[in-house]
Design a protein around this ligand. Structure first.
Ligand code: HEC
Length: 137
């Protein structure tokens, strides 16, 4: 009985692990986030297109602990939290603010993001798909 429970737990864990890398083909936001769909992007003050393998959100926003992250976690809880970001006044994200950050590099309080966050040339539909995806993380 115990062994069966352990086996089930292991299967559940391995499904979770796979879910991080393999997207449901219908989930555009997941495919964009994980780089299965290339996205055009460039760095601030530099119009040269970045190589597509460098622009996957997952490269920078996953796998770092909150304390010492290179890039902040993008989840429902972190984005909706009303908090001070980058020394600005208290703010929180919504879909519009999220897309402003992703496309123009400006956060909801109007503070400019660091240059290491690329600026993306994506459509509104693609940005909404990304927003929906991160809201379920
Ligand atoms: C090359 C690394 C890199 C990639 C790729 C990247 N980001 Fe970022 N991103 C950053 C860094 C670094 C910051 C923090 C900037 C700051 O604090 O000034 C950031 C910040 C953000 C923020 C602001 C979060 C907050 O808490 O205020 C959002 C939203 C965001 N990124 C979305 C995305 C999305 C969506 C993608 C993929 C389309 C992406 N990023 C890809 C590095 C990256």
């Amino acid at each position: 009985m115990r062994a069966a429970a352990m086996a089930l737990a292991l299967v559940a864990l391995s499904c979770l692990a796979r879910a991080q890398t393999a997207c449901n083909p219908a989930d555009l936001g997941c495919a964009l986030f994980n780089g299965e769909h290339p996205m055009a992007a460039h760095l601030r003050d530099d119009d040269r297109p970045l190589p597509s393998w460098t622009t996957r959100c997952v490269n920078c926003h996953v796998g770092t602990s909150k304390a010492q992250a290179f890039a902040p976690p993008l989840t429902h809880d972190t984005l909706l939290a009303a908090t001070r970001r980058r020394g600005g006044p208290i703010s929180h994200y919504d879909a519009t603010a999220f897309c402003h950050a992703v496309k123009d590099g400006i956060d909801p309080a109007g503070v400019m993001l660091r240059k290491s966050m690329p600026r993306y040339q994506i459509t509104d539909d693609q940005c909404m798909a990304l927003w929906q995806f991160v809201m379920h993380r």
